[in-house]
Write a protein that binds this ligand. Sequence first.
Ligand code: PRX
Length: 653
Amino acid sequence: MKQDPDTGRASSLATGLRLWPLKRYSEMHRRSLEDPEDFWSGEARKLDWYKTWDRVLDWHMPYARWFVGGRLNACYQCVDRHAKMWRRSKVAIYWEGERGETRVLSYSTLFREVNRFASALRQLGVTKGDRIALYLPMIPELPIAMLACARIGAVHTVIFSGFSAQAICDRVADTQAKIIVTADGGYRRGKIIPLKEITDEAAVRCPSVQNIIVARRTGEPVPMKEDRDIWLPSLLEGAGKFIDCEAVESTHPLYVLYTSGTTGKPKGVVHSTGGYLVFNHSAYQWVFDIREESVYWCTADVGWVTGHSSIVYAPLSHAAAIVLYEGAPDYPTVDRWWDIIAKYGVRIFYTSPTAVRMFVRHGEEGPLKHDLSSLELLGSVGEPINPEAWQWYYKYIGGERCPIVDTWWQTETGGIMISPTPGIEPVPLKPGSATFPLPGVDAAVVDASGQETRPGETGYLIIRRPWPGMLLDIYGDPQRYKETYWTRFPGSYYTGDFAMKDEDGYLWLLGRADEVLKVAGHRIGTAELEDAAVAHPAVSEAAVVGKADEVKGEGIVLFVTLKEDVKPSATLRKELVRHMRQAIGPVATPDEVYFVDSLPKTRSGKIMRRVLKALAVGQSVGDLTTLENEASVDEVRRAYEGLKKRVSAAEGD
Ligand code: PRX
């Protein structure tokens, strides 16, 4: 970590902005935008290529292709190049099971495991470009399977192990994956999640699936279908010890990862190999100052983009040691995480504001019981971090010694876009601000007409030029790709986020500007939730709005109208909650369910969400600042008052 020459500290809070201006960062950022091709080719040279690129960038709006003509392999970057040298005996993965078991994998063990897994996939007929679905708990087999796919040029699609059979089905059907890799179960708060049974339920509706590979975790018996299901250990027994890395094109897809948007159908975000790896490799050096001696722990699930970039590809490309923890943060006791930090000597710790807020509730006794002095740098991701949570994190976890990097990014951006960059130079921090765009990232805050806003004004966050981690496309839906990201502000990438730039040029990320919620940092579209709700036989119409939640950031409020003859009741409310969890997963659990006899709508039939939102958050309609375009103030007020009465009438039932 670079030191502040005045204080000797790793970084400092922005008291008086003593370190201003940031010389090294500003110079690097300026250079990266002046000559992006020169800048990024310099960064790309830090990786090993089988063949260097012919052109740094082909940019045909809205498609960017980086390092065109270059060939490389993601598994080689993350495993082989370390296993070939002294780093072979270095720790790659410290795995900690929820029940306290541990596994430590060196880079040479990882090399061996990945090779066997990749050979096994090849024996099953998997070739370059095939899609493989991974529905696994947080066990070493998950990164091993990802790297094994990358090794042979197969495209992985990881499905978060908290998702339901329906979610697996949607993703497998969309990608036409021919193999699903799962486990006999996973542990969560001491309970077994029956992953194999859930996979079976999905697979009967997914004709593309030829095989299900089952890793051993719980040892419990699970149903196995002959000719389709294979135990991973027996598959590996017969597999070869080594298989060559496929030298794929830089633009070859590394993975597809589904995320929520504004329609009911999640979108498959496609990431490249070369651009994605170059961007992440550089970003983790700038943001986390990550090095081979780093013990690095990102608490996200590998099922989200944070897990892809921050657990697997970026830290392993730097030969760091990662911590992979299987279970719940507060299980069996609320100090489990702090115990893990002390046990492995974690140097860099990266988590979500929701987790921090949960720990704030439990109090500081937990962290104070443990020696957290190994920590040097803290990170936050996924949602805005409120200053109170920031201060607590800084004081009780970082011992007022560690800078906090508040990192803003998205599934689509592939890697961190806006964040302090202590790996370049210490950045004076302002609690709640993600500070500045990374080198190569041309971020701006604009009003509805695309003009840059004045300091302090809220606007939309856009990125004005492509960056190497940018998604390649939406899988199978180029039209949606264009419309979602490139139509609102022509020529620029639209993030869907509100932001504000202050007088000092610091960026403040203010949440989603579209119908997407962030529940405990998980991204979920209101349309997706509404589709799931109306799939229940009792429900006629549904509307979902978000409501501020002290811990989760945002909670789900569901309004439903019921079919004729169905009466609202407490039992039905419970049943609906259960139905939502089953349809999507626990992420989709509504915090509140209201029965109404009709939803407030504009003349053209559009649901007046603002009205619902005002009701959900207990504001008066007079507080509504932005009204639906088509509705008059009067109409909205009438709808609001009417709805309020109907909700209370129904609640009385
Ligand atoms: O609204 C922003 C929020 O998370 C969204 C992206 O969600 P997802 O694709 O699931 O990726 C999350 C992890 C990379 C963004 O549009 N978001 C992410 N990081 C921050 C944030 N909001 C505020 N501050 C952040 N640091």
